[in-house]
Ligand binder design. Structure first.
Ligand code: SF4
Length: 293
């Protein structure tokens, strides 16, 4: 059977995927806003345990598994030889497998070479989820992301060089009130430099047990209003110059759910957000109760 350790997290677009915990926790685990793996000590799981889990699923639903998401926080940091063997097991077990994906921290992208990522991509690992969070260096520093914007672009472009697709996340509200629009513009600049296949936004939310929560308790964090976040999102989308990306703000933390293909839908998305800013009383903000991590 599948043995999950602790709370599982996966991107919204992996709702239909088989989630396999290739690693436990996050090897970096320093980002101030992230509560996902605070309670876990990072380790790579034993291949034999994973083999048994894959065989168990294959004995029940071998032809139904089309997508696999490798949890937890940054499975890409595990040794390339381990990941290659794991991908081989997945391909052998699931004849209709179309893609394998994982979160990739900037730290994991730093340690994996382009040659390794290419080999893993040929083995089926074709999509990474990368939390850029911000393109603003001061904001990245406050979040303790561990890299500045220039390094973020460099490591992301390694994935591109290996022909791996990127799905990137930006954290709305991360610059607080004073840096809100600068954070939006700088984030657009970095996303433009990376040209990811998918771009999405989340809203920064202090979660108990994180340094961000403690900062919020001390009154050091501005939580932006839905309208301020809409203005930030508008600035971000207006700054995007993408050649072929899908944009979504469908994560549960967003107050507004908007989506489109860029560059085609950019004018419509900006106009829709201008409409929200001009007539906020007519906007359909999601109630807080429906927002989660
Ligand atoms: S790298 Fe990702 S999973 Fe790890 S602490 Fe930062 S946000 Fe959380």
């Amino acid at each position: 059977m599948l043995r999950y350790e602790g709370t599982l997290y996966r991107p919204p677009s992996e709702a239909e995927s088989l989630i396999l915990q290739a690693t436990i926790g996050c090897s970096y685990n320093e980002c101030t806003f992230c509560a996902m793996y605070r309670d876990k000590r990072f380790r790579v799981r034993k291949l034999e345990e994973l083999r048994a889990e894959i065989e168990w699923v294959a004995s029940r639903a071998a032809t139904e598994v089309r997508k696999v998401f490798l949890a937890d926080g940054d499975a890409l940091v595990a040794k390339s030889s381990f990941l290659l063997e794991l991908l081989g097991l997945l391909r052998a077990a699931f004849p209709n497998l179309q893609r394998v994906s994982c979160y990739a921290s900037p730290q994991a992208l730093e340690v994996r070479s382009v040659a390794e990522m290419s080999e893993l991509r040929r083995g089926g690992l074709t999509l990474y989820y990368l939390g850029i969070e911000s393109g603003h260096d001061e904001v990245l520093g406050r979040l303790v992301k561990g890299v500045d914007s220039a390094r973020m672009v460099e490591v992301a472009l390694k994935a591109h060089a290996a022909d791996v697709k990127l799905s990137t996340m930006i954290l709305l509200g991360a610059g607080g009130r004073s840096l809100s629009l600068e954070h939006a513009r700088e984030s657009a600049r970095v996303v433009n430099a990376i040209q990811p296949r998918y771009v999405s936004t989340l809203v920064m939310t202090p979660v108990e047990g994180t340094p961000l929560w403690e900062q919020a308790e001390r009154g050091e964090v501005d939580e932006l209003t839905p309208l301020e976040l809409a203005a930030e999102l508008r600035e971000f989308i207006a700054g995007l110059e993408l050649r072929g990306s899908v944009f979504r703000s469908n994560h549960a933390s967003n107050y507004l759910s908007v989506a489109g293909s860029l560059p085609k839908d950019k004018p419509a998305l900006v106009a829709a957000l201008d409409g929200v800013l001009a007539s906020p009383e007519r906007a359909r903000f999601r109630p807080r109760g429906l927002r989660g991590l």
